[in-house]
Design a protein around this ligand. Structure first.
Ligand code: BES
Ligand code: MN
Ligand code: ZN
Length: 496
């Protein structure tokens, strides 16, 4: 979508298939530029306020048609109470307008800006919502997208062009992540995932390294080997190095679970629970997206993204219950359930990152457990960390990007649950108890002294059946975590 910002003191002059207007609850006097539009519509916007059918709740909307030529359609969007309006309200607003335009098959949209505390941040939020909502996946791709977006405001916004360009890159990255996650297993498997990454990063200042089966074996990345054994397509570890802070500065590692399809392995899932398991590579997809945006934006950080890629399938060559795996860091793991596969591939990738990059911080994203959905539903990701400061930094970034995370404990007691009689640890706990915590506790055994955080995104990675309800999350992959980690990386940028 081509986006631009224009200064326009009279919104009745806007030319677009659809014009969006944001109004707040109980607002009696509209800004004068909106008032002009209201007059053009014969008082239609004001007439709507205070009616029982429009309560002005956040994201609520009513479409008004203009009869005098000029402006043809106006979407009046509710912003709730003005006092509690924040960036997420503006993101929602931008998204609602674009979503409706897409549904109506309209190609050009004008969104009128309302500025909250900071003009720049307000513009960024509106544009972000609009761009993220404009994503379409699948065969209908080119049919319904909005092509042209104008954001109009009553006054200049410093750096508007740069802000919109940045938002464009972030949205491109989120789209890349969503595309990789949305791709059915037939289309996006460990081999084609690698190809797509190579294609996407062409011309960007990164070094791509891919460890294939023989490399994984030589390095002793046996967790990835074990899970990948049951598939006809060999597993691999994709590594993207981006040096934006220069030599000598420490790495930040982002690791994503890349199970291109999780049938459960020999501990086969039921049909219902297998249904949306093409999304089990979302963590890897979103980690790749973070690296893409960081490189394209030129962030001053040294970032390494690692994506262990496998398919977890039942076959004659599959790994089996009670197999004992000697992991990359030397720990032995007794397999008590082949469906707890994500932690095995992540454990190796985390240990590999810790050993070979000595990162100052390491964050993983994984659709790790159904248990996190029992705990938080589809509204938030579970946050686990071995460092309080890091935990807080991530919660702060999440607050800013509107991606909800919630912290969980990793107390000593839980480590008892993964003890094994015949190996160092086993890959599940006791029954179904505290499944998400057990997954995190397992991972923590592979990070050494590295400051590390784990985001269990099983509930928020996609909206195929259920998922977080936001107008900027179209059906399918959400891209949850990409903006959050980019926000975190921005706070880690080296000056100079
Ligand atoms: N990929 C699943 C987790 C999952 C479940 C993601 C539902 C999205 C929606 C993971 O590999 C898995 O199968 N986890 C098991 C672990 C259990 C066997 C200890 C689970 O959560 O049931
Ligand atoms: Mn599984
Ligand atoms: Zn899985």
């Amino acid at each position: 979508m081509i986006s631009s910002y224009v200064v326009e003191p009279d919104y009745s002059r806007l030319k677009a298939d659809l014009v969006g207007v944001l109004v707040f609850k109980g607002e009696e006097t509209l800004p004068k530029e909106v008032e002009a539009l209201n007059t053009e519509l014969g008082g239609g916007i004001k007439a709507l306020l205070g009616t029982p059918e429009f309560t002005c709740g956040v994201g609520e909307s009513v479409l008004i048609y203009g009869f005098r030529g000029g402006v043809k359609r106006v979407l009046v969007v509710g912003g709730g109470d003005k006092g509690s309006a924040n960036a997420e309200v503006l993101r929602t607003y931008g998204a609602v307008v674009v979503k409706r335009a897409k549904e109506l098959g309209l190609r050009s949209v004008a969104i009128t800006a309302r500025f909250l505390s900071g003009k720049e941040e307000s513009l960024r939020a509106i544009a972000e919502g609009a761009e993220l909502a404009n994503y379409v996946w699948g065969a209908k791709k080119d049919l319904r997208r909005v092509e042209e977006l104008v954001i109009a405001g009553p006054e200049e916004v410093e750096g508007a062009e740069r802000i919109l360009k940045e938002v464009g890159v972030v949205s491109e990255a989120v789209s890349l992540g969503r595309d990789l996650a949305n791709g059915p297993a037939e289309e996006v498997n460990p081999e084609t995932f690698e190809e797509r990454v190579r294609e996407a990063f062409k011309g960007l200042p990164v070094t791509l390294k891919v460890l294939h089966e023989e490399d994984l074996r030589r390095e002793g990345l046996n967790g990835i080997i074990a899970v990948g054994k049951g598939s006809a397509i060999p597993p691999r570890l994709v590594i993207i190095e981006y040096r934006g802070a220069g030599e000598g500065e420490p790495w930040i590692a982002v690791v994503g679970k890349g199970v291109c399809f999780d049938a459960g392995g020999l501990d086969l899932k039921t049909a219902a629970s297998m249904f949306d398991m093409k999304f089990d590579k979302a963590g890897a997809a979103y980690a790749v997206a973070v690296a893409y945006a960081a490189a394209k934006l030129g962030l001053k950080v040294n970032l390494v993204a690692l994506a262990p890629l496998v398919e977890n399938l039942p076959s004659g060559s599959s790994y089996k219950p009670l197999d004992i795996i000697k992991m990359y860091n030397g720990l032995t793991v007794e397999v008590h359930n082949t469906d707890a596969e994500g932690r095995l591939i992540l454990a190796d990738a985390l240990a590999y990152a810790a050993k070979n990059y000595s990162p100052e911080v390491m964050i993983d994203m994984a659709t790790l457990t159904g248990s996190i959905i029992s705990a938080l539903g589809c509204h938030a990701a579970g946050l686990f960390s071995n460092d309080e400061g890091l935990k807080e930094e991530i919660m702060k970034a999440a607050e800013e990007t509107g991606e909800k995370v919630w912290p969980f404990p990793m107390w000593e007691e839980y480590y008892e649950d993964i003890k094994s009689d015949f190996a160092d640890i086993k890959n599940i706990g006791v029954g179904r108890a505290a499944g998400a915590i057990i997954g995190a506790v397992f991972l923590s055994k592979f990070v050494g002294d590295t400051k590390w955080a784990h985001l269990d995104i099983a509930g928020v990675a996609n909206t195929q059946q259920e998922g977080p309800k936001k107008p900027y999350y179209p059906k399918g992959a959400t891209g949850f975590g990409v903006r959050l980690l980019l926000q975190f990386l921005r706070s880690k940028e080296r000056s100079g």
